[in-house]
Design a protein around this ligand. Structure first.
Ligand SMILES: Cc1ncc(C[n+]2csc(CCOP(=O)(O)OP(=O)(O)O)c2C)c(N)n1
Ligand SMILES: [Mg+2]
Length: 291
């Protein structure tokens, strides 16, 4: 099959977003129309007059991907062409958690048949690593720099999958670029289910998280193995299946690999902060019954 995201795009070497996009397209197949709001994926795959997309693709505003996808879905239905076509949003976490939340919420409330894939690299990367509602505690970003005032981002990561499930979404899932088959299967399942489905793919960003570009998959896997990235599927709002983790790794192993957390190992009080992050992983393990 032709690669639906052609090589030659301008994403960074080691880019997690590029993997997530490939997996989303593999899961949805070639009968899909993709909507992408502004973000790394958009700017690096479509510099005029080039495009890496081998499926129909449209750029929405940063803030209205949900509304644009809803319009496409309605249009296809009116034309009698919706049947075997998947309308898929592929959007960053900033576009999803913050700026485009209103349009997305409306689309889910109205029940449009779409797959919304959030590629979660935990900050506004395209514009220079600003924090978003997806940035975890204590990550140093350009708008939450670690230093005298704080240990980095002082706010918790928003639980978007729960928010989307509460919209009545029939299918919500989390996935990771470190588990390719699982991510592809979840997108394929989402495409089959009628109604608005939401999938959040964890996509480590070597540039923003500050690790070597050869380590993207390793960092992604450690997030899962440490219990900081629970992987589960929700059917009609109920958790159906969460990935079991044997021998959960301490969060320290995950944090230590990334420059965005390096202050936790040098600043006074860093140990307490690491303990707080460990407590989040412990809570996840219990809540999602990972062990
Ligand atoms: C309304 C509006 N606000 C801000 C911007 C500037 N902007 C463009 S992309 C972007 C960051 C995108 O972040 P995210 O959605 O997480 O995608 P990423 O680049 O991290 O993949 C911002 C702030 C914009 N284009 N439109
Ligand atoms: Mg982002």
């Amino acid at each position: 099959m032709t690669q639906l995201l052609a090589p030659g795009h301008r994403m960074c070497a080691g880019c997690g977003d590029a993997l997530a996009t490939k997996f989303a397209l593999k899961g949805a197949g070639d009968r899909c129309i993709v909507v992408s709001p502004t973000g790394c994926i958009e700017v690096s795959t479509t510099p005029y007059p080039e495009s890496s997309w081998n499926v129909p693709w449209i750029h929405s505003l940063f803030d209205n991907a949900g509304a644009v996808a809803a319009g496409i879905e309605w249009g296809l239905k009116k034309l009698g062409k919706k049947e075997d076509t998947t309308v898929m949003v592929i959007a960053g976490d900033g576009a999803t958690f913050d700026i485009g939340l209103q349009a997305m919420s409306g689309a889910f409330e109205r029940g449009h048949d779409m797959v919304y894939v959030c590629v979660d690299n935990e900050a506004y990367m395209n514009t220079g690593i600003q924090r978003s509602g997806a940035t975890p505690y204590d990550a140093s970003t350009t708008t939450s720099p670690a230093g005298k005032v704080s240990f980095g981002n002082p706010l918790p990561k928003k639980n978007m999958p729960a928010i989307m499930a509460d919209h009545g979404s029939p299918y919500v899932a989390t996935a990771s670029i470190a588990y390719a088959k699982d991510a592809i299967r979840k997108v394929a399942r989402a495409a089959e289910i009628e109604g608005p489905a939401y999938i959040q793919i964890h996509a480590p960003c070597c540039t923003g998280w500050k690790f070597d570009s050869s380590k993207t998959v390793e960092v992604g896997r450690l997030a899962v193995e440490a219990g900081l990235w629970p992987m589960y599927e929700m059917i009609d709002g109920r958790i159906e299946k969460a990935k079991k983790i044997r021998d959960r790794k301490p969060v320290e192993e995950y944090l230590r690999m990334q420059g965005r957390f390096k202050h936790l190992f040098t600043m006074e009080g860093g140990e307490e902060e690491i303990a707080r992050i460990q407590a989040i992983a412990d809570w996840n393990a219990e809540y999602y019954e990972m062990e």
